[in-house]
Design a protein around this ligand. Structure first.
Ligand code: SF4
Length: 279
């Protein structure tokens, strides 16, 4: 049981689903895009599953959300002044402080890649301690892509014995061990990256490198979520090569992105040229 009253204590699943509908409508109005009925049902089911799973463990204990953190006056090796800015998704501050970051990946991927996420959380913990004068004890990631068997649960109120087992064994919260002493190294790395950007050295990886990353699962998780992918020659070349020249699919993606016909054809042609160059 939680040791305090939080807004989540009085919320019902009806309230949560109403927030979902309001947020969806606002996003749809803002973007002009919407989900189909099946995708929308899946999303509602996902919200319901997470609410039941994390209500006691996380939601009832939350003290702050979307907390912006800024560390000013950093200096790169080339003496460029910069600030580090991040947003902590969820904070729980009671007998100990826990920072949560929300990721749209599945929990297995988070476990496999936990070392990759540790530096980000270490920096958040460092900034939090610097700004608030309090030490962070835990950092965690909440993985919001449920495992396939959990996704198959249609009605949480009428789970089969097997589904109950799957649901109770599912843990979307992954604790990430962080090391405060590695934080300076991470911040120094930020400085090196900023120097590269400032000297305009920001070419994407080669197609061959992306293919290697595909085998390591890196591309699915990084490029497919990158806002720059439609204007990234390397990714376009990679996408067409991976899909065996499935230009129809790529055209569909460009179409969804609102790119007009002549531009779509130009992009495909450039992707094809770059692919030829790459091999
Ligand atoms: S799609 Fe984005 S993340 Fe992937 S190579 Fe291009 S710029 Fe980098």
């Amino acid at each position: 049981m939680s040791d305090h009253q939080s807004p989540a204590d009085t919320l019902t699943i009806g309230d949560v689903l109403q927030y979902f509908e309001d947020t969806y409508e606002a996003l749809q109005a803002e973007s002009g895009y919407g989900l189909g009925p099946d995708a929308l049902d899946d999303a509602r089911r996902q919200v319901t599953l997470y609410w039941h799973k994390l209500r006691e463990k996380v939601a009832n204990r939350v003290t702050e959300t979307e907390v912006p953190l800024t560390l000013m006056n950093q200096i790169t090796p080339n003496e460029v002044k910069y600030s580090i800015h991040g947003v902590v998704d969820v904070v729980e501050e009671h007998d100990q402080i826990t920072l949560y970051d929300i990721k749209s990946h599945n929990v297995d991927y988070i476990h496999e890649e936990r070392e990759r996420y540790a530096p980000q959380l270490e920096v958040y913990a460092h900034i939090w301690s610097t700004l608030r004068g309090k030490t962070v004890q835990r950092t965690c990631i909440i993985a919001t892509d449920p495992p396939a068997k959990v996704k198959q649960i249609q009605n949480i109120a009428q789970m089969t014995t097997e589904q109950l087992k799957v649901f109770s064994e599912w843990n979307p919260v992954v604790e990430i061990d962080f090391q405060q002493n590695r934080m300076q190294e991470t911040i120094a790395h930020f400085g090196e990256i900023i120097d590269l950007i400032e000297s305009r050295q920001f070419a994407p990886p080669t197609v061959a490198r992306l293919q290697q990353m595909w085998q390591d699962r890196g591309v699915q998780m990084i490029c497919t979520k990158c806002d720059a992918r439609f204007s990234c020659d390397a990714y376009r070349s990679f996408a067409t090569s991976q899909q065996g020249g499935n230009t129809a699919r790529l055209m569909e993606i460009y179409f969804d992105a609102g790119i007009d016909q002549s531009e779509r054809e130009d992009l495909l042609e450039r992707a094809s040229e770059n692919r030829d160059d790459a091999f």
